[in-house]
Design a protein around this ligand. Sequence first.
Ligand SMILES: Cc1cc2nc3c(=O)[nH]c(=O)nc-3n(C[C@H](O)[C@H](O)[C@H](O)COP(=O)(O)OP(=O)(O)OC[C@H]3O[C@@H](n4cnc5c(N)ncnc54)[C@H](O)[C@@H]3O)c2cc1C
Length: 470
Amino acid sequence: MLSTSAVDPLKSRFRGDLIFPGDQRYDAARVVFNATIDRRPALIARCACPDDVIQAVNFARQEKLLLSVRGTGHNVAGFAVCDDGLVIDLSNMKRITVDAPARRFRAEGGCNWGEVNDALQPYGLAATGGFVSVTGVSGLTLGGGLGWLVRKHGLALDNLLSVEVVLADGRLVTANARENDDLFWAIRGGGGNFGVVTSFEFQAHPVGTVLAGIVLHPAATAGAAIRRWRDFEATAPDESTQGALLFHFPDAPSTPPPLRGAAMVGLGGVYAGAVEKGEEVLRPLREYGPPIADMFQAMPYNAAQRMADFLWPAGLHSYWKSSYLRGLGDDAIDVVVRFFEKVPSPQTVIVLEHNGDSAWDRVPDSATAFGHRAWPYNFVVTSAWSDPKDGEQNVAWTRELFHAMRPFAAQGAYINYLGGDEGPDGIKAAYGAKLAHLAALKRKFDPTNLFRMNQNIAPASVLGVDVPVI
Ligand SMILES: Cc1cc2nc3c(=O)[nH]c(=O)nc-3n(C[C@H](O)[C@H](O)[C@H](O)COP(=O)(O)OP(=O)(O)OC[C@H]3O[C@@H](n4cnc5c(N)ncnc54)[C@H](O)[C@@H]3O)c2cc1C
């Protein structure tokens, strides 16, 4: 419990909002994407500027408070909020500045990708954000950043030019290829382990109008449809980033009757090149079947980034499992399809992504803390349900599916897709041989592990003695 007098020094310096339990904004401010996460911080510091972040970091360190950092709160493991500690909430830090001639932009830590791409669209530019518009620039970039331009322009973090970071000792530093280059290496994949990033400077790309959408097939034909997508991917150019999804359409009046509540396999994504060329390239994927619906059309990139938002509404209970795959043979596809036939919740989505043979694996593995660029396919089960009573059944099904996919799994996972219950195995899977170097950098930049509400990289021990958690 934080005493009022303890907070007085912070109050006098803080320009944003300090939200305590009992404040009418408190319950809304502690909600995150995953409804299963129900944490009660002692204080939510909603920062207005980088200096507020410095004050909050210093306060947490001096008061020995558990600290969490919130970009937009989309991490399924719920690391953005903590019990009884301090939340540094960046949701009011949303400034975006675009330098159109240089094709660069700067975004503060509370922005999401929809806001970024809305700011870039008038200039015919786009950023390599996520597959949906609502995820945070912060968490997504610090862990990797897979999106509709990944095969053409790489991950979000491959397009990062510079960051402003508040370190555990309260210093605000710049990190880029020239300044603090070790920190810059670490934050590109190392998540929130090294400090609070207040702003990010990125390279943008000339992507105005794209050919984007999805073709739909009944789930009963999913196996053949996914094989067709996989075979299409074998020769797909960098401009094309397409995935395969197993999902149910919402059983809602806004969905037209043939689709309402229907189980589907969808093959779709973005062609980020000339639309006429895209029509030619995507024809084999779009004509196969034929599909029961072909929803591909030319659209502004910021609209394409919103097309999948409806599949992951906020406020559901969520449990995710994910792994890269060594390949995508028919046997792996059969497992996924078989499990989807008995999925306990219609709100669950299974996603197969193909990132490989593209800009994503042309970046040298040593360039960033992010790893595993050799694995072309990624598999993620995003289980979701409304009634908390259904949790046990959904979690059990997800784990069984994940277990059944083990024979096809690579020894590597994408940190941003982990559900949070993997423990040290998740960290090892995400960083592999890079973990020792990351632990040494953690010791340099955060020796007391102040930033530990994340996929935590423990500081390397000094003389074999583990660093105690404060
Ligand atoms: C619906 C949905 C769709 C998704 N789609 C994609 C996708 O297309 N591609 C993809 O790559 N990932 C995707 N993800 C995963 C996503 O990248 C992660 O959940 C990511 O953590 C979300 O970022 P956030 O800023 O909202 O994170 P938060 O939940 O706010 O924070 C996550 C972690 O990052 C740390 N953090 C947040 N902000 C900062 C900061 N400024 N400085 C330092 N540390 C910080 C936090 O401490 C915490 O540990 C998706 C997730 C969801 C729920």
